[in-house]
Write a protein that binds this ligand. Structure first.
Ligand code: AMP
Length: 197
C-alpha cells in the first residue's frame, strides 16, 4: 500500500498533481477541501459549519476534519493506497492520521512538498478565481490569510514528517507534466527506501 501526503501551500498545484498521480499509481484521492465543498453544495450541517471557516481562509476545526477523513478512509478498505490532498493541515491532524494508519498497519510512505514562491501563489490563485467559482480564491485578503495560516499551522506538518525521514521537497514551478514527473521520481525513491527498510 502507498499512502502519500501531497503537501504545499494554497495554489501550489496539489489538486492538479493529485489527479495525475492517481492515474499513475492507481490510488484513491482524498481532498478534504473537495469534501467540504461537496457538503456545502448539499447544504448539510457540516457544510454550513465548514463554510463559516473557509470563507475567511481559516481552518475547519481538527475534530470535525479528522472525523470526516476517518470515515472516508474506513469506507474504502479495498484500495491500493491513498493520496491525501490538503490533509493533514495541522500537527494534531498528522498525529490522528498516523494513529489511524498504524491501526491499519499501513503507515505514510512519504510527504511530497511542492515548493512554489509566495508571489507565484497569489498570481495563480487570482487566476484560478476566474474559473473556480471559489469565494476563498476571489478575495486578496482571504488568500493572504490562507497563506499565513499555512505558514503558521500547516508548515510544521512537513517538519513533523521530516523527523520521521518522510518529507521530500519537490520543485513546483514550470510545466505541469514536468512537475508530475518530479513527484513520481520522488515517490518512487521513497517507495524504494521503504521497501529496503
Ligand atoms: P483546499 O481546497 O485544500 O484549498 O481547502 C479549502 C479550505 O477548506 C481551506 O482553506 C480550509 O478552510 C478548509 N480545509 C480543507 N482541508 C482542511 C483541513 N485538513 N483542515 C482544516 N481545514 C481544511
Amino acid at each position: 500500500m502507498i499512502n502519500l501526503i501531497l503537501f504545499g501551500p494554497p495554489g501550489s498545484g496539489k489538486g492538479t498533481q493529485a489527479a495525475n498521480l492517481v492515474q499513475h499509481y492507481n490510488l484513491y484521492h482524498i481532498s478534504t477541501g473537495d469534501m467540504f465543498r461537496s457538503e456545502i453544495g448539499n447544504k448539510t450541517e457540516l457544510g454550513l459549519l465548514a463554510k463559516s471557516y473557509m470563507d475567511k481562509g481559516e481552518l475547519v476545526p481538527d475534530e470535525v476534519t479528522v472525523n470526516m477523513l476517518r470515515k472516508r478512509v474506513e469506507d474504502n478498505p479495498q484500495v491500493k493506497g491513498f493520496i491525501f490532498d490538503g490533509f493533514p493541515r495541522t500537527v494534531a491532524q498528522a498525529q490522528a492520521l498516523d494513529a489511524m494508519l498504524e491501526d491499519m498497519g499501513q503507515p505514510i510512505t512519504a510527504l511530497l512538498e511542492l515548493k512554489v514562491p509566495a508571489e507565484e501563489l497569489i498570481v495563480r490563485l487570482m487566476n484560478r478565481a476566474k474559473t473556480s467559482g471559489r469565494a476563498d480564491d476571489a478575495d486578496a485578503n482571504v488568500i493572504k490569510n490562507r497563506i499565513q495560516v499555512y505558514r503558521e499551522n500547516t508548515a510544521p506538518v512537513a517538519e513533523y514528517y521530516d523527523q520521521k525521514d518522510k518529507t521530500k521537497a519537490v520543485h513546483g514551478v514550470g510545466e505541469v507534466a514536468q512537475i508530475t514527473q518530479n513527484l513520481i521520481d520522488a515517490l518512487d525513491a521513497a517507495i524504494a527506501e521503504s521497501n529496503a527498510a
